[in-house]
Design a binder for this molecule. Sequence first.
Ligand SMILES: [Zn+2]
Length: 386
Amino acid sequence: MKKIISTILIIILITCIGSNVLAETAQDIQNKIDEAQEQQQQIKEERSDTMKEIEKLSENITESENQLAELTQELNKLETEIKETEEQLNEAQEDFDEQEALLKTRLIAQYKAGKTSYLDVLLNSTSITDFISRYHYVSIVAQKDSELLDEIQKEKERIEKAKEQLENQKNEYKIKKANAEKQNVILKNNKELKESYIDKLNDDEKELQRQIDEYTSELNKIKQAMLNETPNGNYNKYTGGVMAWPTRIEKRVNSIYAPNGRSDTFGYAGSAHRGVDIRAPQGTPIYAAADGQVIYVNRSGWGGGYGLYVVISHGNGIYTLYGHGSSVPGNINVGTVVTTDMVILYSGSTGAAEGAHLHFEVWEGQNNRVNPCPYLGIENKEGPVV
Ligand SMILES: [Zn+2]
């Protein structure tokens, strides 16, 4: 739509040029081309900036990936350490179990010894000293075993604590890694977005170039038509006053005259709308707004955005342009003298138009596409004309 508006403006400029304002109009179209070229320049700068941003993002992604690799390595190391600790713990547990079993055996032995009568021990002892030492020995060994068991238990607890610390560390690293991964995804998405933005900028630039080419070729056509314009009969020259409304249906302005920009072109520089859009459903007969002579007719194609359109000279350097037609009556040709009761176009949505309507422009000689509203005796605002 924006492109369309921009294109339409250019076309209008081109179309509206009478031979006496040819040079000025050519200048105006040149301005339009300059504008498009300026937009291209803006796109180039925007693209250069975006590419720098992409470069920076690529660096950040590399950094982020290095960080991720480091974290992964650290995590793997921790996992290995935890595994080792687990093995140590298992060994300690085995030692503990073994020692515990041994102690039990000895305790049972001691217990049994305790049940044995002094006489039995005495009888089996070579001497009273032997008896005492034997009896004592059992309990000392048990005492040692018990101490050893305590030590193992302590060692086991130490290892468990170490393992717990490692697990905590591992969890911390897991969180760090998850965050780093998230960051990495964000950076990559951001980069992808920028890259698709570059694609869009490239497309926009191509589109602008296409428009420039189109405007230039349309300009040349109209220049030629203006050079060829010759008076072809008499008509009442426009000398002021309210022109006739170009339709015979309910009057309505769909979109206003906005020379300082109604909307943006491609989201860059503002682009003007140098006409008013008048309500005209598909096939509505469009009448000349004043008596005059047809100076340009485009019967097919894009028409630089105007689609099918007609330009009428009303004398005294006043021109009107009618754009987006669905067809031009056969009797309307360059040189045809027209009156306000003659259908000069049937409305449509050809060229750069969204939906059928009439794009209507008024030119005041010297290169000026002026506000058509005073000519139509209306206010420059959207809505029904009362
Ligand atoms: Zn328009």
